[in-house]
Design a protein around this ligand. Sequence first.
Ligand code: CMC
Length: 444
Amino acid sequence: MADGETRKAEADGSVGTATESLTVTDNRTGRTYELPIVDGTVRAMDLRQIKASDDDFGLMSYDPAYMNTASCRSSITFIDGDTGVLEYRGYPIEQLAERSTYLEVAYLLIHGELPTRDELDRWTHEITHHTYVHENVKVFMQGFRHDAHPMGMLLGTVGALSTFYPAAKAIQSPEERHMAAVRLIAKMPTIAAFSYRHNLGLPYIYPDNDLSYPGNFLSMLYKMTEVKYEPDPRLERALDVLWILHADHEQNCSTSAVRGVGSSEVDPYSAVAAGVAALYGPLHGGANEAVLRMLERIGSKENVPDFIKGVKNREERLMGFGHRVYKNYDPRAKIIKRHAEEVFEVTGVNPKLEIALELEKYALEDEYFVERKLYPNVDFYSGLIYEAMNLPKDMFTVMFAIPRTSGWMAQWLEMVQDSETKIARPRQVYTGERGRDYVPIDRR
Ligand code: CMC
């Protein structure tokens, strides 16, 4: 199995039985142990039996950043990072981006199967009729400072939703779980658009149920005095494709945050707020914003070689490049790059595209990047599209959070129903002092 590949389990998703094993010898004691190998993994808890003495706690694995630890069994998203493969529920991302819609993909992620026509109609109706937020959510958002970062507003407001839907605490109830998934997917664009309008000092625009999911979002962003906003179908489709590409990505930082926080059995709004917080960071969803700021700093194509030199001297990071799992071109970046051209037909070419293309060309030929298998990731081109749509940089990560909500909820639902779920509680290697006597402040 290649390094970046999601571990494949038994086809039916059940916990496999061990037919393979690992034999290890503890050189401290000379004792030998046989550890079962299931689905290409050994259980870290099986190490605990390995002890240097009777009162020894037992061996632990040490894995900061979970570089080599599978934290769950999942049947939602498959990635082969070495060859650049991404599948949702077994369907290649290229086919979904080409032929599906974001709402259909959200259904697929949540329910595990593509919907029939009736199921899709019901799902679309349900989502469309939950896009409104309680008026007090609006009032709550109006309390943010005029220049509050929209991602901070989203984070606070999603957390606040838990107080509007206290019944969601009943996480053992399939009906409550379903309602939380519907409400979160439906309301995320509304809250996102309100945060954008807030920054501009413009009145918030209520959802328009006649429009598609992305079309309604464009209306809530851009509607001014016209009676009815009519989204450009090309922008509507480009947004839909971007959202398909961002919908899920297995156990990344924000999804792990949702699962980790959710494992305490808190309500799903609070768990998803944790995901929004994790996504905010510049090494995760904040990278698309960082890419645009980087392109701005580079300024022109001519400055690219100097910038690359700085990256190699570790003065800078080439944002939008590299990935923990992909050691090949991120398949999402390939699709986005194609769609960028279609968006630019509507909006005119973003002049920073030239710098981005030059950066990519340089990096893909440079030994530093080749050796480390650093390729453009999903964030390298998405910001250029958002900017062409007139969105300020602060909004870019919000644009990622909207579609990732379906992935977070699919993963949360899977976790809640997994019989192996326990509260997430890693161990540590303690490196501090022990047994010190308290010293009064005037004697320190
Ligand atoms: N620019 C320059 N060098 C890099 C970069 C980069 N973007 N990414 C990795 N490297 C180097 C890194 O310095 C290290 O070199 P060395 O072994 O000589 O010390 C080597 O490549 C391995 O990198 P790493 O930091 O150990 O890799 P990681 O798996 O811990 O980090 C990453 C993955 C995505 C955080 C990192 O590649 C990065 O910071 N990229 C820029 C930020 C970015 O674009 N993030 C978006 C990720 S995709 C969307 C998402 O998940 O939200």
